[in-house]
Design a protein around this ligand. Structure first.
Ligand code: GUN
Length: 288
């Protein structure tokens, strides 16, 4: 079979960003200012630096104000908490994002919990996580939200489908499974201890892979017609090039729809972050 549809997250995120830019055009006149996203980057992890630059560029493109605080790796937890407290208190800051992972010695959970729930544009705060699982108003994490948008864009019907998620992280695997469940898919979550993983993944009509292992899912592990969402961002150990968790060359010929890496889920995460920031701004404005 020929390759199925290659689902471009780049194209969809460009469309979302263009829509946001248009929406924001009259914000200064209507609301007196544009939304404002504060990003905190601690230390000099190269991947995090790249992600943060991507977020800065995207804000600039759509017209969201961005302040990035680059703090040294030696920053203490108290210093970070105090920075977040002042951003929480600042009425002109709508969204706060602390880039993860944080340097050793900083309690990530304590940092996330210290962010005002209404400004938590990552959707990582326990109250937002609880909101997702209890179907209450909440901010949904950007990558899972982006995955669902991609599936919708491709016209994938989820109701009654067998969906398999590989990976059980708080950031991607678990919330994605919940969103699929909310769309009435029958969801299985697999992980490193799953026995005979291939037998489970071959049952999948929709397969989401978020495990951080280069080219882990191979063609023999999927069935003909599967819809594949590859969340992985890895360096190929032999070529050093960017690759996903899915071995594209052997899986794409069997897939009806597949996301590439790069240009798949990654750009969608950023587009959804921008959306979450605009929504945080509008929530505040309508509450006034
Ligand atoms: N590190 C990797 N992905 C993310 C993300 O979505 N948000 C934050 N804050 N840090 C990350």
């Amino acid at each position: 079979m020929d390759n199925g549809v290659i689902l471009s997250g780049k194209a969809l995120s460009d469309k979302i960003k263009a829509g946001l830019k248009e929406r924001l055009a009259d914000f200064p006149e209507r609301y007196g200012r544009v939304p404002h996203l504060a990003v905190i980057l601690v230390g000099d992890d190269p991947a995090s630096q790249t992600y943060v630059r991507g977020k800065e560029k995207a804000c600039e493109l759509v017209g969201i104000r961005n302040s990035t605080f680059r703090l040294p790796a030696e920053t203490t937890q108290e210093e970070l908490l105090s920075r977040i407290a002042s951003l929480n208190a600042d009425p002109e800051v709508d969204g706060i994002l602390v880039q993860l992972p944080l340097p050793e010695g900083i309690d990530e959970a304590a940092i996330i919990e210290s962010i005002d729930k209404e400004k938590d544009v990552d959707g990582f705060h326990p109250l937002n996580v609880a909101g997702l699982w209890m179907k209450r108003p909440c901010t949904v994490a950007c990558t899972p939200k982006g995955i669902l948008r991609l599936l919708d864009e491709a016209g994938v019907e989820l109701k009654g489908k067998r969906a398999v998620v590989i990976g059980r992280s708080q950031i991607v695997g678990l919330p994605t499974a919940k969103l699929l469940l909310d769309r009435h898919a029958t969801v299985t979550i697999c992980h490193s201890r799953t026995k005979d993983l291939g037998a489970v993944t071959r049952e999948a009509e929709v397969l989401v892979v978020a495990i951080g292992r280069p080219r882990f899912v191979t063609g023999d592990m999927v069935s003909e017609g599967v819809v594949v969402i590859d969340v992985g961002v890895n360096r190929d150990p032999s070529t050093g090039k960017l690759c996903g968790d899915v071995d594209f060359d052997s899986v794409a010929p069997k897939a009806s729809v597949i996301t590439p890496v790069p240009g798949g889920v990654g750009p969608m995460t950023i587009a959804c972050l921008l959306e979450n920031t605009v929504e945080a701004f509008l929530r505040k404005k309508s509450a006034l």
